[in-house]
Design a protein around this ligand. Structure first.
Ligand code: BES
Ligand code: MN
Ligand code: MN
Length: 462
């Protein structure tokens, strides 16, 4: 791989402009108004895989958005790496908070990205990170450096719960057979502190509705005598945590994996500045479950958060009204060995029990997913660790992330292989937020590191 660096250097402008073209496509899976663009993006990914040297590429129809499948099988006796990523993106709203239009990518320097970063929805999550794998494949096929077989599975519904992917996996186990699954859809600690994600949290997402009187009422004529759904909803939400910020849903913590003191002190060695953390998001102090550090709170501990709350009158001026209904969206991040379906049920039972007689409560479970942890002694982890050492000159730190990629636990269950999460994003890259961006340095470093993973994974399998 002597020419890897020079290949990247020679081709980097094209690598960047190809990614920019992909980022111009608004593949927002949540909003049907963009369905045409989502489908076009699948076609663009297919073309990119074709051009990168896959022998066979297919846009696979599903009940929802298609999955782009590609492969290059060089020798059936060699190991197979299955790359997963997603070409769909989060909605860009609120668009007015972006400094430049979300689907008109621009390159700007930032403090953490002195070489420049591409600003666009999906730049880091996940088009930029997914595309590193396409370009790494291009390098390997063009330079006779592909040491094993490779399959790609790029979906278009990750941001809305991967429903079709679940269907696809259950129906294509043979086609997707592999020795390791490789994903770049997470982050790392810092550009000079490489890390490999060893855990993802699970998720239970529910929507709640509190229904009071059969219509909005005059708040003078009826006020004080009927339960106001918004007042009640807020009381109920306030009843979900105790004074130590522990979640009060009975049974919620029953299956939570408690880490040993040794594991926790190992985790605490990862470099972290609380001051930088606070100032980067503009808060005076952190807040969370008593007895745990910030890093523990957002990785090995479960959470319950309201994501949105609405109801009543929110227009200009004042309207004196007792609303008929109030709503909230609530997410719970789960850790090993919590079962999201069970947690959703426990939540529902407890939440309903909090309601006074004067209102009706409806809890609608949405999607969910299981947590994931991967050991650091697997061949895949070892290969990834050696790859980072080759390109960063440092041993990467294993780190559990607070985010979720719910489909990963299903991969292990159905395809019987480990997933390695080689993410190159930074927490400050603003994924899901206005002004999402991805560092050019990170993009190119990913393209450089991935071929080493293939090399070491193949060698370790011998
Ligand atoms: N790529 C993210 C997940 C992620 C980001 C994990 C950074 C670790 C570090 C993924 O696209 C995502 O946003 N997942 C959702 C869940 C999904 C069901 C909508 C999440 O974590 O909220
Ligand atoms: Mn993602
Ligand atoms: Mn995402």
């Amino acid at each position: 791989m002597e020419n890897l660096k020079s290949y990247i250097n020679t081709n980097k402008d094209r690598f960047i402009s190809e990614l920019i073209e992909l980022l111009k496509m608004p593949s927002v899976s949540a909003d049907p108004a963009f369905s045409h663009d989502v489908l076009n993006t699948a076609e663009a990914v297919k073309t990119a895989l074709d051009n990168a040297g896959c022998d066979y590429v297919e846009v696979c129809e599903t009940p929802g958005y298609p999955i782009v499948y590609g492969e290059k099988i060089i020798d059936k006796t060699l190991p197979t790496v299955l790359v997963y990523g997603h070409y769909d993106v989060q909605p860009a709203d609120p668009v007015e908070l972006w400094d430049s239009p979300p689907f008109e990518p621009v390159i700007k320097k930032t403090e953490l990205h002195p070489d420049g970063a591409i600003f666009a929805r999906g730049a880091c999550d996940d088009k930029g990170q997914m595309f590193m794998h396409v370009k790494a494949l291009e390098y390997m096929t063009q330079n006779n450096q592909l040491p094993c077989n490779v399959k790609f599975m790029i979906e278009g519904e990750e941001e809305v719960g991967s429903e079709s992917l679940e269907w696809f996996i259950l129906n294509n186990r043979e086609k997707l057979s592999n020795d390791v699954i490789l994903i770049s859809d997470t982050g790392m600690i810092a550009n000079d502190v490489p890390s490999i994600t060893t855990g993802l949290r699970g998720l239970s997402y529910v929507e709640v509705e509190v229904v009071g009187p059969n219509r909005d009422l005059h708040s003078g004529l009826y006020g004080g005598a009927v339960a106001n759904p918004i007042n009640i909803l807020n009381k109920m939400i306030a009843g979900l945590h105790d004074v130590n910020n522990r979640i009060k849903v009975p049974g919620f913590y029953d299956k939570v994996e408690e880490l040993s003191i040794e594991e926790r002190s190992e985790m605490a060695k990862a470099p972290f500045s609380l001051e930088t953390y606070k100032s980067s998001i503009g808060i005076e102090d952190v807040y969370g479950e008593k007895g745990y550090t910030t890093n523990e709170r957002n990785s090995i501990r479960p959470t319950l958060d309201v994501n949105g709350i609405w109801g009543g009158y929110i227009g200009e001026g004042a309207k004196t009204v007792i609303p008929s209904k109030a709503y909230a969206k609530i997410s719970m991040r789960l850790v090993p060995h919590q079962d999201w379906k069970e947690i959703s049920e426990l939540f529902q039972a407890y939440f309903e029990s909090l309601a006074p007689k004067g209102v009706k409560v409806i809890v609608k479970p949405h999607h969910g997913g299981y947590p994931y942890v991967t050991p650091i002694d697997s061949l895949g982890y070892q290969a990834a660790s050696k790859a980072y050492q080759a390109t960063f000159g440092k041993v990467p730190i294993p780190q559990r992330s607070g985010g979720s990629i719910p489909i990963v636990s299903l991969f292990e269950q159905e395809l019987k292989s480990k997933t390695i999460l080689m993410g190159f994003g930074l927490n400050s890259d603003a994924i899901h937020s206005p002004n999402e961006h991805y560092g050019i340095w990170n993009y190119l470093k990913g393209i450089e590191t991935i071929p080493y993973f293939y090399k070491y994974f193949t060698e370790l399998n011998k």
